[in-house]
Design a protein around this ligand. Structure first.
Ligand SMILES: [Fe+2]
Length: 240
């Protein structure tokens, strides 16, 4: 399994606080079947420049790597990235190119928690049309009340990838039915745990997978796995 969204890098945001906590999250994810983990700390353009963010991420990653050297249990491979908060003008900002998932053109984009406007969607579309850029919309289930659904039913092309959090399949029947209907229509592509800690926001992709299998059938899981692998393979990332 590939986890496209997590906050496992120590001290970067409201996710893992220490390398020890990061390692516990990684070990648990691996035991749940995650072979590749995308580490996507929050990037807020009003708090950091991309350069400052990348310097902080480098330090956090070095700290984690040093701690992982003493870890005897297997953990997923890690790809560094960011969860980039939407801002007005993002489609014309080349600063964010450095925040793509390492070795890929994928930008994990966190939309605002307010009604989606045609203007916002124009920006997302324009960004996705840029050469070597794939927009991955983070945790789509959180936006279904903000008018996201109407945009998802008519995606202009496949440079927009839809990511759902595992919790959407776990937190109760109402949310599960909403995301399940999107999944049935092929409007959901990949999963992320969005894990932050071992308590309320823990790795959950095994439970999510079990729920998908139970309520929708195994073929949907296979499709998600296929789409996830093919997406990374399209950028030459293999062997996970
Ligand atoms: Fe997140």
């Amino acid at each position: 399994m590939i986890d496209f969204h997590s906050h496992i890098l120590p001290g970067m945001d409201d996710g893992a606080k220490t390398p020890e906590e990061s390692i516990e999250l990684l070990k648990l994810s691996f035991r749940q079947g995650v072979s590749l983990m995308c580490a996507t700390p929050h990037f807020y353009p009003w708090e950091n420049t991309p350069e400052e963010f990348l310097a902080r991420r480098r330090r956090s990653w070095e700290l984690l790597k040093a701690s992982l050297a003493g870890c005897s249990e297997r953990v997923p491979k890690i790809l560094l990235g960011a969860e980039v908060a939407y801002f007005e003008g993002i489609a014309r900002s080349h600063d964010i190119d450095s925040l793509k998932l390492d070795g890929t053109g994928i930008i994990l984009l966190e939309m605002p928690f307010s009604n989606w406007t045609a203007r916002m969607w124009e920006e997302v579309t324009e960004l996705s049309l840029r050469r070597d850029t794939v927009v991955m919309l983070a945790h789509i289930e959180r936006y279904l009340h903000f008018g996201a659904r109407e945009y998802l039913t008519n995606l202009p092309h496949r440079s927009i990838i839809i990511q759902t959090n595992g919790e959407a399949f776990i937190q109760g029947p109402f949310k599960r039915r909403s995301v399940s209907s999107l999944l049935r229509r092929g409007a959901i592509d990949v999963l992320g745990s969005d894990c932050h800690n071992l308590e309320l926001r823990a790795p959950n992709l095994r439970t999510a997978s079990e729920q998908i299998k139970k309520h929708l059938g195994e073929s949907f899981l296979v499709t998600i796995e296929d789409k996830s692998r093919r997406l990374l393979e399209s950028f030459g990332i293999t062997g996970f």
